[in-house]
Design a protein around this ligand. Structure first.
Ligand code: GAP
Length: 460
């Protein structure tokens, strides 16, 4: 069924709340701007994406090791990385309605207006408040790091920060990792965790939040190998996007960032963008960060962070290629990509009605199988409960549901993305078979109950 991008986003947000994927946080207190709870199915979907990522890129490889560093670390590291100085966005306020905006976003929006001359430079002075048309203040820089105080005193010496990215922890731990794992370059260090940014204009549901999760890898390599390592990890990211998340190629853009636009230390940056219903925007990124991070940390910590090349016996400061993934942004892209509306039979089978379905890749789906007894009592219910136990014994996340009509039970599982539903009916009692119904094709076939756990495991 054709729906507009705005309708799609509204449907997604309401489905997420109704079915327990994502809720507005602290709702009983009137909510808290831009904070969200990942509900029972949302946390499973997020954890499944994280676990796929960790297995694929850490556990099943020889050349990547994991790390779990604290969220609050020695604040000197943020001086070295340049965050205390430069991690800021250009900010303007409306003098009339007091709304706050990112100046660069307003410039971009002006440039995108229909009929706007793209060759003409956009001036901030030409822009008025998009909400009330009021006059805007001059642009000033706003540091996005969340400051906190550590210890019993609250003075300059106690200032610390919530990390604005997970990457920093991996640079700071590099010396210990280098000395303890004795790996040959190139090798990567991976970390998954929360990051915090006091974003000026958060929004678009969970796209840009102040608290979010990242999955990052810092690949340390000999300087001359960095371009090759970059290509390898770009290919890994492509494979992740298409083979694991199953995003459609028409919705994904690989945006080569020009030399003028990228950070001064980067030799190459590619942004991986996704066509969300609210526009094409960043999903992930990969950058060749050269030796910028390690040279800054070596300078500020006075430690030797070079690596001894066993072949040449020379010490080199490694370059770093950094593929970075937003975990919470992955959840959003997966939900946007796989939410679909088609048609299914009505309860009496006489007509068709719209059906909302999350066509999630089975490995990412929060629930893999649902089992329904046609009737609540006696043998059908006990056979169904036995099947649930057999599926769970194989580690397959399964739900048992005996409430409402079978049609309604299907609809509920379709909306949470469960790939297979099994119905135990009158025939099951005699011949020990069940009907399996496929979420996407809506086809049904008969299977021996004893074969069901292996049948599901084979498809995951
Ligand atoms: N270490 C590099 C780094 O942090 P980034 O482009 O600022 O680079 C990496 O962030 C990824 O983190 C982004 O591609 C995006 O997926 C995610 N991300 C960044 N800011 C975010 C926010 N405010 N809310 C949700 N995800 C965010």
């Amino acid at each position: 069924m054709a729906i507009s991008p705005e309708q799609k986003m509204d449907l997604l947000v309401s489905l997420c709340k109704r079915r327990g994927f994502v809720y507005p946080d602290s709702e009983i207190y009137g909510g808290f701007a831009n904070a969200f709870d990942y509900g029972p199915y949302g946390v499973e979907l997020k954890n499944n994406i994280r676990d796929e990522w960790w297995n694929r890129f850490v556990k099943l490889r020889d050349d990547v090791v994991g790390l779990d560093a604290p969220i609050i670390q020695n604040p000197k590291m943020w001086d070295a990385s340049g965050h205390t100085q430069n991690f800021s966005d250009p900010l303007v306020d409306c003098k009339k309605c007091k709304s706050r905006f990112r100046a660069d976003h307003l410039l971009e929006a002006k440039q995108a207006e229909p009929g706007y001359d793209k060759e003409k430079p956009v001036e901030m002075k030409d822009i008025r408040c998009p909400k009330c048309n009021g006059e805007l203040t001059d642009v000033r820089q706003f540091n996005m790091m969340f400051k906190t105080a550590v210890g019993v005193t609250d003075d300059a010496s106690s200032v610390a920060y919530l990390r604005p990215e997970t990457a920093g922890g991996m640079f700071v731990a590099w010396k210990n990792i280098r000395d303890s794992v004795r790996k040959r370059l190139p090798f990567g260090v991976a970390q998954v965790g929360k990051a915090f940014r006091n974003e000026i204009t958060p929004g678009n549901f969970i796209f840009r939040t102040r608290e979010f999760e990242q999955m990052e890898i810092e690949v340390f390599c000999q300087p001359h190998l960095a371009p090759e390592v970059f290509e390898q990890w770009l290919a890994e990211m492509k494979s992740w996007v298409f083979d694991v998340l199953k995003l459609s190629p028409k919705n994904v853009v690989f945006h080569e960032i020009s030399a003028e636009e990228r950070a001064f230390y980067s030799q190459r940056t590619v942004d991986i963008e996704y066509a969300y219903p609210f526009g094409v925007k960043e999903l992930y990124g990969i950058a060749n960060r050269t030796d910028y991070d390690l040279s800054r940390h070596a300078e500020f910590s006075k430690e030797d962070l070079r690596w001894l090349d066993p072949e040449t016996n020379e010490k080199v400061l490694p370059y770093v290629v950094e593929p970075t993934w937003g975990l919470t942004r992955s959840v959003l892209a997966v939900l946007c990509e796989h939410l679909d509306i088609d048609e299914a039979d009505t309860a009496d089978g006489a007509d068709k009605e719209p059906r909302m379905v999350l066509r999630l890749p089975p490995r990412l789906a929060p629930v893999k199988a649902a089992v329904f007894p046609l009737q609540k009592k006696d043998e059908m219910a006990s056979l169904a409960k036995e099947l649930v136990a057999a599926l769970r014994a194989k580690g397959i996340v399964t739900e048992y549901d005996e409430s409402a009509s079978i049609g309604k039970r299907y609809r509920r599982q379709d909306e949470i993305g469960t790939p297979w539903c099994f119905t135990v009916d009158f025939d099951s009692v005699n011949d020990k078979t069940v009907t399996v119904r496929d979420r996407d094709a809506m086809t049904q076939e008969r299977l021996a109950i004893a074969d069901v756990p292996a049948w599901v495991a084979e498809r995951l």
